[in-house]
Design a protein around this ligand. Structure first.
Ligand SMILES: *[C@@H]1O[C@H](CO)[C@@H](O)[C@H](O)[C@H]1NC(C)=O
Ligand SMILES: *[C@@H]1O[C@H](CO)[C@@H](O)[C@H](O)[C@H]1NC(C)=O
Ligand SMILES: *[C@@H]1O[C@H](CO)[C@@H](O)[C@H](O)[C@H]1NC(C)=O
Ligand SMILES: *[C@@H]1O[C@H](CO)[C@@H](O)[C@H](O)[C@H]1NC(C)=O
Ligand SMILES: *[C@@H]1O[C@H](CO)[C@@H](O)[C@H](O)[C@H]1NC(C)=O
Ligand SMILES: *[C@@H]1O[C@H](CO)[C@@H](O)[C@H](O)[C@H]1NC(C)=O
Ligand SMILES: *[C@@H]1O[C@H](CO)[C@@H](O)[C@H](O)[C@H]1NC(C)=O
Ligand SMILES: *[C@@H]1O[C@H](CO)[C@@H](O)[C@H](O)[C@H]1NC(C)=O
Ligand SMILES: *[C@@H]1O[C@H](CO)[C@@H](O)[C@H](O)[C@H]1NC(C)=O
Length: 763
């Protein structure tokens, strides 16, 4: 019963669900935007630059009413361009020499004060000082733009902008030594709408919504004292890499919701690579198509080849399995967890002997409620308070309402003239700040029972309520947020996704102050800082940590940075239990949290890494049966050899897929690289469930001569899930861990081993 209630709630609150829409074909004319991949090796010699070739090709297409219209030429993310074409122009283009593939435009959607401390970052020890707080790293964020006047982007004490930087701000006043790039890409979106809204958005890098300001300040925000959200979460706000530079590439624009055109997203990533960013974060997603059709997968492949680290939000479509977005293996895919902070409210029962009860609320009203009558409809056999239609204005006006039911009659409450509502329910975990547009307060059912007993036994029951209390050290934390998308990744199930968990619930960061952030009745309160939840908030934490790591280890590849974060991640919460899945409070699995929750200081010194070269990803695509043409579109290489096709990527996690069977055996072959300074040896240790998984590692001890030396090993895993209990969503699987323990040393290099049923969908 509790389960179906929670599920209902999940769908109610996930507003940034990253669903994705292929464009509809309802448009009357057939003049549409396309992304066109070309084989540059076929460029005729008179052209010195591929852009001239493309424009010449476009102008050669015949037309009746509408000439072909060029949108963008892409230099890095792919070889080709985007353009608006009629069906007949497209047909002509597809016959031209050098044409590789064409995809129709599509849309993707959107999916802190305390988190550095929760992550263990300290001013005088560990990764923060080691990296000088991320100095000289440049982080590119693709999002809804930026509010440059926010305190979080001040540049006090920052050194000069590195001379290698090639980026710029479209509006010069946006730039300082913190924000060093701010551009906007709306050509594709403008082909779909006449204009970018002039009342609800800006056709410029300025952020109307607040989302881009939030993600940017989470990753790289400067230190700001006294940030808070109407009294909650007070403290010094700082980004994860407060000395890193920021470049904003605006690609998300408002229609009814925020959407990004594929052509604009590619253009933003292309420019970020051109400008010279070191890392990128994207808190948006397109549907998980094959990677050659997914703009973020394409752009991040090109970035990865240039050594640029890319992290992306895993999506907000949880808690079901196979809901991962941005699941390409060259992306670091980040899920969202809770932190050890909660927002409380205190309920004192009119009769003091019942004492004070503690509940959850982020109602922004800093109000004191003194001895207000409380209404509970229970006792009427035909109806319970909070059932639809059960509230009579004359019963509840000027009172608090007590609700045991799980109904969510938000609108009904507001129209009855009640002062507030106290729920007795488990669903407090699912409420987000924006749901508190009325004084709601949630008590856990056990606590709620005390209130209920008091009301039933007291003729004129009253309550006093005090809001605005921030609690730290809340246990258990982290937990996997219900909305966080779960693995496996539908298009590439052999690689565990998400990779990692990072803070993504009730994160405080800068906001665009022109926007209402706390609705109260019909009024809105404005705030410079805002609490937000989503995998959108988790990805910028990881890109910030990656900036600190890259600043400390200039020679690490994106795969090495990810490996360092994964093999040092933790899977026990602050109460020493396996990280829970918040949805049902049951133990999570690697399909929920990947390798675990990121631990920045440990990631600084992982001992060993599993490194991956661009060619390894191509061998993986070969094994996924991508065609040569599809791989050329992704890799921009004219010669593709699939002689070494291999599903066993040198990844820091191990996945076995069960296809209509309960048993399988897989042998993995992996290579570890010593990133420590001295020679060392490591011994394999395996943790497995009590039954159903057998693991043999050969050799069980490996030796490394010195820095950068490598060692190979082989691991055979036998899985039998016949006796494994199904997950609540009916998927079967089990999991264990392989850890390499340094002999006479302290490094532990841990990887999850996961088995999961196949989704039954095509890749
Ligand atoms: C804007 O959103 C509305 C409602 O979802 C939709 O009908 C319309 O087609 C969208 N406009 C464009 C140009 O995408
Ligand atoms: C688009 O913008 C132009 C110039 O500002 C304006 O003339 C036109 O009416 C706008 N179109 C729509 C549909 O709002
Ligand atoms: C119970 O609710 C019904 C329907 O709202 C109402 O007609 C009836 O008077 C109520 N009975 C009591 C005892 O409050
Ligand atoms: C409850 O309130 C009613 C009406 O205000 C009053 O007549 C009654 O005496 C009160 N009872 C108690 C126990 O306070
Ligand atoms: C902490 O762990 C203990 C032992 O497993 C458990 O009994 C307790 O309920 C946990 N506390 C919380 C707050 O989850
Ligand atoms: C790829 O094709 C081969 C040969 O048809 C087949 O054996 C293999 O299972 C396919 N791989 C995947 C991942 O579908
Ligand atoms: C699972 O088996 C079916 C039927 O044999 C096959 O079509 C499909 O490609 C297989 N899937 C995987 C992931 O191997
Ligand atoms: C796998 O195990 C489950 C649970 O024991 C059983 O119901 C199912 O029939 C088995 N499937 C196969 C393919 O053996
Ligand atoms: C570990 O330390 C012991 C005792 O000092 C020594 O005998 C052994 O050789 C060391 N092993 C390695 C691999 O360094």
């Amino acid at each position: 019963m509790a389960q179906s209630m929670n599920l209902r709630f999940v769908s109610f609150i996930c507003t940034f669900v990253s669903i994705v829409s292929m464009i509809s074909s309802s448009s009357l004319d057939d003049y549409r935007a396309y992304i066109v991949h070309m084989d540059k090796s076929m460029m005729p010699s008179p052209f010195s630059h591929h852009h001239d070739w493309y424009t010449s090709v476009l102008s050669s297409l015949s037309y009746e009413a509408s000439p072909a219209m060029h949108l963008y030429t892409y230099n890095h993310v792919m070889d080709g361009f985007s353009a608006v074409l009629t069906k007949s122009q497209l047909a002509q283009l597809e016959k031209m020499p050098g044409h590789l593939a064409t995809f129709e435009e599509k849309l993707g959607q959107l999916h802190t004060t305390h988190t550095p401390k929760f992550l263990g970052l300290k001013k005088h020890a560990g990764l923060w000082p080691a990296s000088n707080f991320g100095e000289d790293m440049i982080v590119g964020i693709l999002d809804t733009g930026i509010w440059p006047e926010s305190q979080s982007f001040h540049d006090k004490g920052m050194s000069e902008v590195p001379s290698r930087w090639r980026g710029a701000c479209e509006i010069e006043s946006f730039c300082n030594k913190k924000i060093i790039g701010a551009r906007s890409f709306s050509q594709g979106m403008k082909r779909r709408r006449e204009n970018i809204s002039s009342t609800d958005d800006y056709d410029s890098p300025r952020d109307y919504e607040g989302h881009g300001t939030h993600t940017s300040s989470t990753a790289t925000g400067s230190r700001v004292q006294f940030a808070d959200y109407f009294g909650y979460a007070k403290g010094t706000a700082t980004g994860i890499a407060p000395n890193s530079r920021l470049a904003m590439y605006k690609v998300l624009f408002l229609n009814d919701s925020y959407e990004a055109a594929a052509s604009d997203t590619l253009a933003g990533m292309d420019q970020a690579i051109e400008d010279g960013v070191d890392l990128m974060s994207l808190s948006l997603g397109f549907s998980e198509t094959r990677f050659n059709e997914n703009p973020i997968a394409l752009g991040s492949f090109a970035a990865m080849e240039k050594g640029i680290f890319v992290s992306c939000a895993a999506g907000n479509a949880g808690p079901h399995h196979y809901t991962i977005l941005n699941g390409a293996p060259w992306i670091t895919t980040v899920g969202a967890g809770t932190i050890d902070r909660d927002f409380s409210a205190y309920v004192t029962l009119g009769d003091q002997k019942y004492g004070t009860l503690i509940g959850k609320s982020v109602s922004p009203q800093n109000l004191l409620v003194e001895r207000v009558s409380i209404y509970f409809g229970h006792g009427n056999t035909s109806k319970e308070a909070c059932d639809p239609g059960s509230l009579d204005r004359k019963d509840v006006r000027g009172k608090y309402i007590f609700c045991e039911s799980n109904g969510m009659l938000f609108d009904e409450f507001k129209s009855t003239g009640a002062l507030g509502v106290i729920f007795s329910s488990d669903f407090g975990n699912f409420l987000r700040p924006k749901d508190f547009d009325f004084p709601y307060l949630i008590l856990k059912p056990k606590t709620g029972d005390l209130l209920k007993r008091y009301i039933i036994n007291t003729p004129n029951a009253t309550v006093s309520v005090k809001y605005c209390e921030t609690s730290l050290g809340v246990k258990p934390a982290p937990q996997v947020a219900d909305f966080s998308s779960r693995g496996p990744a539908e298009r590439s199930p052999w690689i565990l996704k998400p990779d990692l968990l990072a803070p993504g619930v009730d994160i405080l960061a800068a906001w665009a102050p022109n926007r209402e952030s706390a609705p109260i009745g019909d009024n809105y309160l404005l705030s410079d800082y805002k609490l937000e939840s989503g995998t959108s908030m988790a990805s910028p934490h990881v890109v910030g940590i990656a900036a600190l790591l890259k600043s400390t280890h200039r020679d690490w590849s994106p795969a090495a940075i990810r490996s360092a974060m994964m093999t040092t991640a933790y899977t026990l919460d602050n109460n020493k239990s396996v990280i829970l899945d918040l949805t049902f409070g049951s133990p999570g699995t690697p399909l929920d949290y990947g390798a675990g929750h990121v631990d920045p200081n440990k990631a600084m010194d992982p001992g060993l890494v599993y490194d991956i070269k661009p060619d390894d990803y191509i061998n993986y695509l070969c094994a996924l049966n991508y065609t040569r043409n599809e791989i050329r579109v992704i890799s921009k290489r004219s010669e593709i050899s699939c002689a070494n096709a291999c599903l066993d990527l040198n990844y820091p996690s191990f996945t076995l897929i069960l296809n209509n069977t309960n048993t399988t055996q897989v042998t993995f072959q992996r290579v570890l690289t010593n990133v420590g300074t001295s020679s060392s040896s490591y011994r394999a240790m395996v943790e497995t469930p009590t039954t159903g998984m057998k693991v043999v590692v050969k050799p069980s001890t490996i030796f490394f001569k010195g820095k950068d030396s490598t060692a190979k090993f082989e691991m055979t895993v036998d899985v039998d899930i016949t006796d494994a209990p199904p997950t609540v969503y009916g998927y079967y699987g089990n999991s264990g861990y392989l850890s390499w323990h340094e002999v006479n040393g302290s490094h532990v290099v841990r990887s999850p081993i996961v088995s999961a049923m196949v989704s039954g969908k095509p890749f």
